[in-house]
Design a protein around this ligand. Structure first.
Ligand SMILES: NC(=O)c1ccc[n+]([C@@H]2O[C@H](COP(=O)([O-])OP(=O)(O)OC[C@H]3O[C@@H](n4cnc5c(N)ncnc54)[C@H](O)[C@@H]3O)[C@@H](O)[C@H]2O)c1
Length: 313
């Protein structure tokens, strides 16, 4: 098949290599106003059998709608759009067209194993969840004003993982934030440090922490505490976490970035997209995660707990 790819930045460059090496892909057509790729030829990416969108968030909605108008299946990086209204519009326009959203943690072996263990009853009844996403260094200052803020840009992955692994919906969020680093976060109306308390619809409580300044490495973890067992995801030798006990975490080279940490998952989500079948991550899923991010952002701004129902359209 012929595949079009838009955007050759941090994540698009990685998808280009995955697509070019995939046995189902005969030709890769790439488009980016400022970058080229050794893996594809420049051209019109919509003259293809499927399209992968890895452009800045603000362009996603228009490009997904273009793919739908042409009847081409689309894989789009998260988020579908930075506002709920735009996401709902895309959802309505895309009805009937395959649009897979890039929440790659659904393909990470650790998250998959935790979801299976919970479903199989190995953890007993789930009572508590803890989530962490911490970047080693901030993105470029120019990225922030268009990113939607730390909850929509970064923690949307945690919100999706929380829904997907537990099979529950988030009903309320109390989110805080702090600025401990460069002034450009506050100038963009954003925070570089985050902490939130979330309640799920079965009464399970979840806590979330994040940072754009985790100098020790790229730290993404999830803990699920049940009545029978507590399951950790991401607490391997490469977890950038040191312990005073003689335990394995922190004994290997720390994950430097999201590409190396989720390499297998990024390849697996593209493979699932190319092979078709049941859509593993729909626009409806992306909208649910965005509602939680929206509630978190409102909570951060107003300094109060927010019911997710308040931001639903
Ligand atoms: N799933 C993940 O873990 C993950 C990780 C990083 C980024 N992302 C998402 O991927 C998207 C891109 O992020 P990034 O960090 O790679 O950004 P980036 O700024 O590094 O790259 C974006 C690229 O898109 C190009 N571009 C802009 N408009 C275009 C257009 N209309 N057509 C073609 N190319 C265009 C830019 O020139 C740039 O090269 C964002 O929406 C981000 O949220 C997801």
């Amino acid at each position: 098949m012929r595949v079009g790819l838009l955007g050759l930045g941090r994540i698009g460059a990685f998808h280009a290599a995955t697509l070019a090496a995939h046995p189902l892909v005969d030709e890769l057509i790439v488009a980016d106003p400022v970058r080229t790729s050794p893996h594809g030829r420049p051209g019109d990416p919509f003259q293809a059998d499927a399209v992968v969108i890895a452009t800045p968030t603000g362009t996603h909605a228009e490009l997904i709608i273009k793919a739908c108008d042409r009847g081409i299946p689309a894989f789009c990086e998260k988020p579908v759009a930075s506002t709920v209204a735009e996401t709902v519009k895309v959802l309505q326009t895309a009805a009937g067209n395959r649009v897979q959203v890039g929440f790659q943690r659904r393909f990470d072996p650790g998250y998959v194993a935790a979801a299976h263990a919970l479903r199989a009853g190995e953890l007993g009844e789930l009572h508590r969840v803890h989530l962490v996403t911490a970047d080693p260094a901030p993105p470029p200052a120019a990225y922030l004003p268009l990113s939607g803020g730390i909850y929509r840009d970064c923690h949307i992955h945690d919100f999706d993982a929380l829904r997907w692994v537990t099979g529950r919906e988030v009903v309320s969020v109390y989110a805080r934030g702090a600025n401990r680093g460069a002034a450009f976060f506050a100038e963009a109306g954003d925070v570089d440090t985050s902490a939130a308390l979330l309640a799920l619809d079965d009464g399970t409580l979840a806590t979330l922490q994040g940072s754009r300044y985790n100098g020790g490495g790229y730290d993404v973890r999830m803990e699920l505490a049940g009545t029978k067992r507590t399951q950790a995801v991401g607490l391997g030798p490469r977890a950038p976490l040191h312990t005073t006990e003689a335990l394995p975490p922190g004994s290997g080279a720390p994950w430097p970035d999201f590409v190396s940490r989720f390499e297998t998952a990024y390849r697996a989500e593209i493979d699932a997209f190319l092979r078709g079948g049941t859509n593993p991550c729909t626009i409806e899923d992306a909208l649910e995660a965005l509602y939680v991010a929206e509630a978190a952002d409102l909570s951060l701004r107003e300094g109060r707990p927010v019911e997710v129902a308040e931001v639903r359209h």
